[in-house]
Design a protein around this ligand. Structure first.
Ligand code: NAD
Length: 505
């Protein structure tokens, strides 16, 4: 038994690291070894309220800081993030398991949102109409929501929080982040950097925890908005509960992203794209390709011929081993759940072409590894097709024609991302137009929008009206107000009892 004293990750409230006082803790694994590396304090409702109180107190000053001054903190945070990129990436990899290069890539994607947020004063400009009636002017402005919260998943412990807090803070809100309890250390690290960058205490707080912490954020009347990223069942609960308590909620949820391969696609490009998009980050990405829809048996056969040897030789290992292309999954439970899905696919009659269940990595025998797996001849009735497995398990579905492929994409309950690989412009354009999916790629397997666009899905991949970051992020974190004024104040028109046409105020 491992009796070494484990580091405990606490909370970050009011600009201070605070240890948890609930007496409840969660395990944080090193996914490569399968060992519990540290523990995390799980906040009580009282501890979360303390964070909310701090955020409410800080709001009074922060909302009044001119936008151009607020973003000075983000400029400095950006520099600190770049300086500390290597350390943050290693911390991320040690708790998540993804390779350090992949971790850096994801932090860079978060950094791009910080850069977008530095320009937010431009998007907070209101609209003004002079002289809408005699002596009357009208202008609309965007004001911060107030205290807002972010609840984030394990798979992007730096990037997803950065989809939220830089935008919220630049818009004049104060923020409480509740990161995944499975890898909590990046959130605390980033909050400390924000303090170092000059953010006033209480503007960004981090509480670690589970359902108790989340429920407190969802029901406390001070919290005005909740951003969530995670699985669909939890997201739907968060959306319904938050809305029932009068909050604005955006909940970005699960996915099953299809990549359609047309007979005319460049097969070398297709196979490279599948390898990165299905197995990068061990398939633990909401934009991972988990289904390939091959149009025609000949297309499927040509694709499998090139794909299978690539899957069989994929280099799997610990995040810090040289040349590793794919790391472990997040916890022993996740590993067992994913292997259970591979068992299920075999029972359901899919053709298991490469089986990742028996992988063993020398020196890391107890690690949370699942080898890259591919099933061929999967059908839309199977659980392995319908469910989000969130691991390195790819399903290949064979269809006869393009319409059948498009129907599969559109009939699936999720609608996060999709892609088509083709050299035919007509087909590509038709797919872009008719796919009922939030983010569509043409010869781009993971069409993640850049920070100045907005990220989000359709159907059961998103609850709420707003996407994240970009212009939609600014809309989410601000409320519109329209002010109508008459000058000079002495104009008299007598009491008016009837509505008048516009312009006749
Ligand atoms: P998860 O739903 O288990 O957890 C997400 C957050 O919700 C965590 O902070 C967790 O503590 C909290 N939570 C979990 N159970 C809860 C409950 N019963 N009540 C209240 N709060 C609860 O998700 P995960 O496993 O950490 O992340 C993987 C999921 O996230 C996948 O489904 C993936 O597709 C999704 N995801 C979606 C996007 C997107 O943009 N659509 C991006 C990344 C991840």
């Amino acid at each position: 038994m491992d009796t070494a004293v484990k580091e405990v990750v606490g909370h970050y409230i009011g600009g201070q690291t605070v240890s948890g006082s609930s007496g409840r803790f969660g395990d944080v694994y090193n996914p490569a070894t399968g060992d519990v590396a540290r523990t995390v304090a799980l906040a009580s409702a009282d501890e979360v309220r303390r964070a909310i109180d701090n955020a409410a107190e800080a709001l009074v000053g922060w909302a009044e800081v001119p936008p151009a001054r607020r973003v000075q903190v983000l400029y400095r945070y950006r520099e600190l993030l770049i300086q500390n990129m290597d350390e943050l990436a290693r911390l991320l990899s040690s708790e998540h398991g993804k390779t350090v290069e992949d971790a850096k890539g994801s932090i860079t994607r978060g950094l791009e949102v910080v850069e977008f947020a530095c320009g937010i004063p431009q998007l907070l400009k209101g609209e003004f109409s002079e002289g809408v009636a005699g002596g009357v002017d009208s202008w609309s402005m965007r004001q911060p929501l107030g205290v807002v919260a972010g609840i984030t998943p394990f798979n992007f412990p730096a990037m997803v929080p950065m989809w939220m807090f830089p935008v919220a803070i630049a818009c004049g809100n104060t923020f409480i982040l509740k990161p995944s309890e499975r890898n909590p250390s990046c959130a605390a690290y980033m909050a400390r950097l924000m303090t170092e960058a000059g953010l006033p205490d209480g503007v960004l707080n981090v509480v670690n925890g589970d359902k108790e912490a989340v429920d407190t954020l969802l029901t406390d009347p001070t919290v005005q908005g909740v951003s969530f990223v995670g699985s669909t069942n939890v997201g739907e609960y968060i959306y319904r509960t938050g809305c029932a308590h009068g909050k604005r909620v955006q909940a970005l949820c699960g996915a099953k992203n299809h990549m359609v391969v047309m007979p005319d696609a460049d097969m070398g490009q297709v196979v490279d794209a599948i390898m990165g998009a299905a197995y990068g980050s061990a398939g633990e990405r909401c934009m991972a390709i988990s289904v390939v829809v091959a149009v025609g048996d000949d297309t499927a056969d040509r694709m499998m011929e090139q794909l299978v040897p690539r899957i069989e030789t994929l280099k799997v290992g610990a995040y810090d081993q040289d040349g590793v292309e794919m790391g472990p999954v997040i916890t022993p439970d996740a590993r067992d759940r994913i292997k259970g899905y591979i068992d299920r696919g075999v029972e359901e009659g899919a053709d298991l072409v490469v089986d990742g269940r028996d992988i063993s990595i020398s020196g890391y025998e107890a690690g949370c590894f699942v080898g890259a797996t591919v099933f061929d001849r999967v059908t839309s009735k199977m659980d392995i097709y319908r469910d989000e497995i969130f691991g390195p398990v790819l399903s290949v579905v064979r269809v006869d024609n393009y319409e059948e492929a498009l129907n599969l994409v559109n009939d699936h309950e999720y609608g996060n991302g999709t892609a088509i690989f083709t050299r035919d412009g007509d087909t590509a354009r038709d797919f872009g137009h008719r796919a009922r999916i939030g983010m569509v790629g043409v010869n781009v397997p993971i069409p993640v929008p850049l920070a100045f666009h907005s990220f989000g899905g359709w159907k059961r991949s998103l609850f709420g009206d707003h996407y994240m970051h970009g212009p939609e992020g600014v809309r989410f974190y601000t409320r519109m107000k329209t002010l109508t004024s008459r000058w000079p104040s002495g104009i008299k028109e007598g009491a008016v009892f009837n509505f008048k046409a516009g312009g006749e105020h």
